[in-house]
Design a protein around this ligand. Structure first.
Ligand SMILES: [Zn+2]
Length: 124
């Protein structure tokens, strides 16, 4: 193999690698965007389920599986805490965005604290 050919192959490999690296960065960004959307849909879906269930309670048209859901239903705060523990921002600032592992969000913590205060003043 001539030196020129080897040099040409190295150049091509280097350019392919750079291209691949760009593609990976694009994929990473798309995945992060999709995760964020998925999280937002999850939270929205839960909110809508709650609204439907509370309407059913008002209208007294509960199905058997609804009653089971309600009996085992965690409080809104507990559920948001669970989402936060699962690594999803529940604060208005970054709603639905994934939390980098080990990271803490001051906005989320403050929001949970406020909900805690509201819950405890309600039950007192
Ligand atoms: Zn947050």
């Amino acid at each position: 193999m001539s030196h020129d050919l080897i040099q040409e192959l190295i150049d091509k490999a280097e350019s392919d690698l750079l291209h691949l690296s760009d593609t990976i960065a694009e994929l990473r960004e798309s995945m992060s965007h999709l995760m964020e959307q998925n999280n937002q849909l999850k939270l929205k879906n839960q909110e809508l389920t709650d609204i439907i269930l509370s309407k059913d309670i008002e209208n007294d048209v509960l199905k058997e599986e609804d009653s089971i859901l309600i009996e085992n239903k965690p409080s809104g705060r507990d559920r948001l805490q669970a989402y936060y523990d699962d690594g999803i921002h529940i604060c208005h600032e970054f709603f639905g965005m994934p939390i980098t592992s080990g990271e803490e969000c001051l906005f989320c913590n403050k929001f949970l604290e406020e909900l805690e205060k509201r819950d405890s003043s309600k039950s007192a």
